[in-house]
Design a protein around this ligand. Structure first.
Ligand SMILES: Nc1nc2c(ncn2[C@@H]2O[C@@H]3COP(=O)(O)O[C@H]4[C@@H](O)[C@H](n5cnc6c(=O)[nH]c(N)nc65)O[C@@H]4COP(=O)(O)O[C@H]3[C@H]2O)c(=O)[nH]1
Length: 716
């Protein structure tokens, strides 16, 4: 039910974001306005990100204004749902699909409609997720069709739907008929195949659908039946052997029978338990927390108190699951669940949504201070390491908070807002929490637009590299050029990496983008070399994601081969965090790169772990002192002391140092006095497009450039 409600709510929210609203409104008067049509089309293109497989905006007259994706054609089953209105549940060859039609509104006026389809893989899973209950366990979802019913495929119907199937067989109601009559319970009855089953039934909210979870009685009672079958054969000889033997032989059997009956009751209880709990952690499931929310909201409305819904996601869970396996993943989830339960008050509810997502309902709240106290408690507890399969693991969590009634009054709205806030917490570096604020909805749209734009940017040739010179302080020579990525986005203009690198990392797009950067930077460095610029090292930023997930060493080899650039004219700038994780794999990649002759520098040094051991282990060549220290070094003695310490340490380890973010002559002098090797910053030059950087190179110092005719040949 919540999946369907959420799907409908998502459609409604999507349709009523400012961009679609404005566009549909504008197209009321000028239906063919190309600017608004193209904006609306951009909004439609964001559909997959919201989980839609198809989406169309439709005018009041019924014509399509913009659409994306393809709607299901001739589904095997198509049933209208009572609520939310204008929704239909379809069964297609890919599984369940929710079809919704929602109004695009401004205040009370309907401006148009949005039709959307969203696959519901969670419901597909529900059909198959019964195997752990037993061989014959099965889950059914049906809709009333007059006196009969239509049923979506069960495990036992092997993908086939049941159309117009009777609700009673031989005068006896099937368990589903109770669910379709709006009742919940457990019965021993005959199912549609005429088999005896034990079945739990319940209606699916107000949708008009019914659900049944059932298992064949024969399977459930099999051990008991076997015992009963043996009984007469044993009893006859026993009767002649007298009381003693009777006690010895029969009593254990009787006890066994009693146990079997106990087992049967346990199975029944388990079926009931599953309807309201998560099987892995034993926590309440989504259905239960939603019911508790409804009760708490009624109460809060009466006494004017507040509630909070917290959406919590474990940070880095996928990495644990992928690298250590599912049993370690399960252990982490159980431990996280136990800690969450311990971190909240008695009246609060912790539930598992699925995967590594949890929901927490905090009731009876005064001001936000109570919420932040609980959030801090959760963060602290989750971070404590725990022992799992021979290793110490620790996790952190990101949380988003939506407050009743400030952020909304119904469960789905609050859930959606808490979800958005959770993403903000992730964006802010994880291991933290954020309260929802209205700006977040706009941020989500912006985030999606950037994501979709990035996917096409390489093919459309929209990336460019700018270069910023790096200068040797002793000689004044240009020793290097840092390649800095820019995105020439058709509508936004030149976009700097701060706005898109994190999205590229999160979506994995950083790998192809990073490869493009490597190829382009090497190609350009080789071109400068051909022009006669000698020993100019091009420095390329490598993201930690690219380093850990991509085949960085292969990409580097390819870029060098294609461009013909000498390996020692390429420097890779890595952050400390890239080298700290996954050390064995990292070491292998670094060794290969070093064996090629590629240089390695550590970017933003001083802001991360600053672990000296890895500087040696990875044979780093250069340390880049973070601009946050450089910026204030003249005014802040602590920053100046840190810079001096970094430079001294680097000298001891025989590493070069470069200071970034040098904006003033006086900073440059101070760095020279500290014996910093190189500098980079606006004082010398901002990052420049290729042609301007080439001019910069040619005019920087007389006599520095050696042409091929001039004697000294450039190394390329
Ligand atoms: N205030 C101030 N800023 C200065 C000064 N001199 C240089 N900067 C800016 O400082 C940033 C230095 O790059 P970064 O620390 O590697 O930080 C880079 C880097 O981490 C990332 N980045 C840039 N290009 C790439 C790329 O191709 N791949 C990856 N993975 N990340 C990139 O984006 C970050 C930001 O890049 P930009 O916006 O180009 O910002 C650049 C540069 O324009 C100065 O004197 N004052």
């Amino acid at each position: 039910m919540e999946i369907i409600d959420r799907g409908w709510q998502d459609s409604f929210n999507f349709a009523n974001q400012p961009l679609p609203q404005d566009a549909v409104h504008a197209l009321l008067d000028t239906p063919f306005d190309p600017t608004w049509r193209s904006r609306l089309q951009r909004a439609a293109k964001a559909a997959p990100e919201f989980g839609f497989s198809a989406l169309a905006f439709i005018s009041l007259a019924g014509s399509s204004l913009a659409e994306d994706g393809s709607f299901a054609q001739s589904p095997d089953l198509d049933v209208p749902l009572n609520a939310p209105a204008s929704s239909r549940l379809l069964w297609t060859k890919h599984g369940f699909v929710l079809h919704t039609r929602v109004p695009v509104r401004r205040q009370d006026a309907v401006l148009g409609f949005m039709e959307a389809e969203r696959p519901l893989p969670q419901m597909d899973e529900a059909l198959h997720d019964t195997t752990h209950l037993g061989e014959t366990a099965d889950f059914a979802i049906c809709a009333a069709a007059g006196e009969n019913m239509h049923c979506f495929p069960l495990r036992s119907t092997q993908g086939n739907v049941l159309r117009n199937y009777p609700r009673n067989i031989a005068g006896q109601p099937l368990p589903m008929s109770h669910a379709l009559a709006g009742k919940s319970g457990v019965v021993h009855a005959r199912d549609y195949r005429g088999r005896d089953v034990i079945a739990a039934y319940r209606p699916m909210g107000d949708t008009g659908l019914g659900t049944v979870l059932k298992i064949d009685s024969a399977e459930l009672y099999q051990p008991l039946a076997a015992t009963l079958w043996e009984l007469p054969a044993i009893l006859l000889p026993l009767m002649t052997m007298g009381f003693l033997l009777l006690r010895l032989q029969v009593m254990p059997l009787v006890r066994k029978m009693a146990e079997e009956i106990g087992e049967r009751e346990k199975a029944e209880k388990y079926i009931r338990f599953l309807a309201y709990h998560d099987a892995l952690t034993g926590l309440p499931n989504r259905l239960q927390i939603q019911e508790r929310f409804d009760q708490a909201a009624d109460c809060a409305q009466r006494n004017g108190s507040r509630l909070a819904l917290v959406f919590l996601d474990l940070d880095g869970f996928k990495r644990i699951n992928d690298s250590l396996g599912h049993s370690a993943g399960d252990a982490v989830l159980k431990e996280a669940a136990a800690r969450l339960r311990d971190s909240v008050r008695n009246g609060d509810t912790v539930s598992r949504q699925g995967g590594d997502e949890f929901l927490i309902l905090l009731t009876d709240l005064g001001d936000d201070a109570v919420i932040t106290k609980i959030m801090d408690q959760i963060l602290t507890r989750q971070m404590a390491p725990f022992h799992c399969e021979g290793i110490d693991l620790s996790t952190s969590v990101s949380m988003g908070i939506a407050v009743y009634p400030d952020d909304g009054r119904d469960f789905e709205t609050l859930l959606k807002k808490a979800d958005m806030a959770m993403y903000q917490a992730k964006d802010s570096g994880r291991n933290t929490y954020r309260f929802h604020n209205p700006q977040m909805s706009l941020d989500v749209i912006e985030h999606l637009q950037i994501y979709h734009g990035l996917r096409r940017a390489i093919d459309r040739d929209e990336f460019v590299l700018y270069y910023q010179p790096q200068i040797d302080l002793a000689s004044g020579r240009i020793t290097g050029a840092e390649a800095l990525l820019r995105w020439q986005e058709p509508e936004r203009g030149l976009v700097t990496p701060g706005r898109f690198i994190a999205i590229a990392e999160e979506s994995g797009l950083i790998t192809p983008i990073g490869e493009w950067v490597l190829e382009e930077a090497c190609r350009q460095a080789a071109a400068w070399c051909q022009m006669g610029v000698s020993n100019l090292v091009v420095a390329v930023n490598i993201s930690a994601v690219q380093f850990l997930r991509g085949n960085l060493d292969d990409s580097v080899v390819r870029a060098l081969e294609r461009s013909g650039l000498a390996a020692d004219l390429l420097e890779l700038e890595l952050t400390e965090s890239a080298l700290i994780h996954n050390t064995e794999n990292t070491l292998g990649v670094v060794r290969r790169l070093k064996s090629l002759g590629v240089k390695l520098s550590i970017d933003d040094f001083g802001t991360g772990y600053s672990n000296l051991a890895y500087l040696r282990r990875f044979a780093v060549d250069k340390i880049k002192i973070d601009q946050s220290f450089v910026r204030d070094m003249l005014d802040d003695p602590n920053d100046a002391a840190i810079i001096r310490a970094i430079i001294q340490m680097a000298r001891t380890l025989n590493l070069k140092t470069i200071a970034e973010g040098v904006e003033h002559e006086r900073t440059l002098d101070a760095l020279r006095r500290c014996q910093c090797d190189e500098v980079q910053g606006y004082h010398i030059s901002e990052p420049l497009p290729t042609d301007q950087f080439t001019r910069f190179l040619l005019t920087w110092r007389e006599g520095w450039i050696h042409t091929a005719e001039g004697g000294k040949r450039a190394k390329c």
